[in-house]
Write a protein that binds this ligand. Structure first.
Ligand SMILES: C[S@@+](CC[C@H](N)C(=O)[O-])C[C@H]1O[C@@H](n2cnc3c(N)ncnc32)[C@H](O)[C@@H]1O
Length: 104
């Protein structure tokens, strides 16, 4: 069920570091809510660490994931594929993934 986003219309939505430190229902509410208020073609940006099929998860992210789940079993790194599927069912086109570059 879409959550009531604090605005009725938007040209774009940016969400930074939320979907892994909240229950899955927060991601569902955000993405379905965004799908109802963004015009066709408008972007929803989700920034943060994810698990991605075929891509090894960095040990630091594995440790971060465990620390999140220790704090709340409903939290944790989300599978990018699950988020993309949810976005697809909310009317978004295929996800454009921009990998985070490790700091040297
Ligand atoms: C790690 S902080 C990220 C804050 C900021 N975006 C950043 O990157 O510094 C996680 C944020 O998620 C928000 N949050 C936690 N649970 C939420 C939920 N169920 N629905 C919406 N926002 C939530 C918290 O209020 C907090 O601002």
């Amino acid at each position: 069920m879409p959550c009531a986003l604090p605005v009725a219309v938007a040209d774009a939505i940016v969400c930074i570091n939320m979907v892994h430190i909240s229950p899955w229902s927060a991601a569902v509410g955000l993405i379905e809510g965004a799908g109802t208020i963004l015009p066709a073609g408008a972007p929803l940006y989700l920034y943060g660490p994810y698990r991605q099929a075929g891509v090894p998860t960095a040990p630091s992210n594995e440790a971060f994931d465990q620390s999140l789940r220790d704090r709340d079993p409903a939290w944790g790194l989300r599978d990018l594929e699950a988020v993309a599927e949810l976005a697809g069912s909310a009317g978004f086109s295929a996800a454009a993934i921009t990998p985070m570059r490790p700091t040297t």
